[in-house]
Design a binder for this molecule. Structure first.
Ligand SMILES: CC(=O)N[C@H]1[C@@H](OP(=O)(O)OP(=O)(O)OC[C@H]2O[C@@H](n3ccc(=O)[nH]c3=O)[C@H](O)[C@@H]2O)O[C@H](CO)[C@@H](O)[C@@H]1O
Ligand SMILES: C=C(OP(=O)(O)O)C(=O)O
Length: 427
């Protein structure tokens, strides 16, 4: 199995191109199920999850055609054509590889009147139930059955009537499924306490480009008037705010300066505010965002929250950066119950971190030392890369498949700003 090998201690300087957002791509791709015309998505990142979603779409009868940039270049354009849906079943073998597969439920139900999707199960960061996805679709008139590890949703009269739903907790995925389920309803759906992450704005904008009628985009109250049919569209995936934030932490921990080319500052103000609070200079340039470490990092107090709060997907990377801050930082993880899996590995590199339930205290130390480490999820793995970039000596991050889900050509991007990093093939 491959690993990422790093010789730490280099100050990172230069420019990193920011890829299309994984979490936007994973909700835009299933939009192709909503129309018999082709949906072309540009700025798609080359990631394992995007490929896995393509395989799932193929399984359902959606054809995929890749065009645009050649191998070795960034950005990819793929046309998804769902003229002939041949199956409404998303099998366990594909869903277990990628939790976001559940996002075919809403659009398939809306277009085909039925959908059977394997229940995704828990994962390293928490239990991650899908009850709210199901409740929102039920409120729109779906009938839901659970059997043998699958959820089967049907629209009794072929089409969903539509209806109102208030989310008791903010859920990105459940909001996405509900929005995609609502766009072809016979009537109007109102979603209250909807998630308003930039990826949901991207989803709504793409659906509007396909002919959907959605009001309140960007707010927590969405009103969706069902339309008869959607048409095809050409749509560009938004830049990845989590990838950009991760490389900003790499600049911070190495005392460097990186311009995040293509990053959109308005999507990630909680991150740039936290970087500024840590003493980093953050400049909004014509090309993106430039982050520069100007002094020893200052400690932070951060609590994760739904957007526009501080993203849970940035918690592990900031924790890694704070291991070298000038004092004690306080972190609180409010979204997922088990998202400190990187802590024992960071400790093995010399970090001083205490956790109690959902809280963590990171006591800044003078230096980290390289080690062989592995993590059980994507952002935890990235936190180990960030620590490894500043650690004395060699770090080897195992289980690279987690990083390949979410970071396009990680080693190439980091080497481009001066890191000594390479992918090594293992046995
Ligand atoms: C592919 C994708 O976009 N993944 C993101 C998405 O995951 P995902 O959509 O799975 O996360 P949610 O926003 O749904 O989860 C938020 C919270 O709601 C709870 N919940 C969720 C659904 C449900 O039916 N019932 C329920 O109780 C979850 O357990 C969690 O505590 O948003 C998360 C929160 O920003 C991010 O960390 C993930 O990177
Ligand atoms: C948790 C994440 O992704 P997923 O929901 O796909 O597991 C993430 O991107 O950090």
């Amino acid at each position: 199995m491959d690993s990422i090998w790093i010789e730490g201690g280099k100050t990172l300087e230069g420019k990193i191109p920011i890829s299309g957002a994984k979490n936007a791509a994973l909700t835009l791709i299933p939009c192709a199920l909503l129309t018999d015309e082709p949906l072309t998505l540009g700025n798609l990142p080359r990631l394992a999850d995007v490929d896995s979603f393509g395989h799932l779409m193929n399984e359902l009868g959606v054809s995929t055609q890749v065009s645009g940039k050649k191998a070795g270049e960034f950005k990819r354009k793929i046309t998804y054509s769902g003229a002939d849906i041949s199956s409404t079943v998303a099998p366990y073998e594909l869903v277990r590889k990628m939790r976001a597969s559940i996002l075919v439920l809403g659009p398939m139900l809306a277009r085909m009147g039925e959908a059977t999707v394997s229940l995704p199960g828990g994962c390293a960061i928490g239990d991650r139930p899908i009850d709210l996805h199901l409740k929102a679709l039920e409120a729109m008139g779906a009938e839901i059955e659970l059997a043998e590890g699958y959820v089967k949703a049907t629209a009794p009269k072929g089409k969903l009537p539509g209806g109102d739903f208030e989310f008791p907790v903010v859920s990105v995925g459940a909001t996405e499924n509900a929005v995609m389920g609502a766009v072809l309803c016979e009537g109007t759906t109102q979603l209250f306490n909807a998630a308003r992450e930039p990826e949901i704005v991207d989803l709504c904008n793409c659906l509007v480009a396909m002919g959907a009628d959605i009001e309140g985009i960007g707010s927590s109250h969405l009103t969706i008037k069902g339309v008869e049919a959607l048409h095809g569209a050409d749509y560009e995936v938004m830049p990845d705010r989590i990838e950009a934030g991760s490389y900003a932490c790499a600049a911070g921990i190495t005392g460097g300066s990186i311009e995040l080319v293509g990053a959109r500052a308005s999507d990630m103000l909680a991150t740039t505010n936290a970087l500024a609070a840590a003493g980093m200079l953050t400049e909004f340039t014509d090309d993106g965002i430039k982050v520069t470490a100007t002094e020893k990092l200052r400690p932070l107090a951060i609590s994760t929250a739904p957007y526009p709060g501080f993203a849970t997907d940035m918690q592990a990377q900031f924790m890694a950066m704070m291991t070298l801050a000038d004092g004690d930082s306080y972190l609180e993880e409010t979204i997922f119950e088990n998202r400190y899996m990187h802590v024992p590995e960071l400790r093995r590199m010399g970090a001083e971190i205490e956790t109690r339930g959902r809280s963590a205290i990171v006591r800044g130390v003078d230096g980290l030392t390289g080690a062989k480490v592995m993590a059980t999820d994507l952002r935890a793995s990235m936190s180990l890369v960030i620590a490894g970039l500043a650690a004395k000596g060699e770090t080897e991050v195992l289980r690279v498949y987690h990083l390949d889900r979410g970071y396009e050509r990680l080693e190439e991007k980091l080497a481009g700003v001066g890191a000594t990093i390479e992918r090594r093939s293992g046995g």
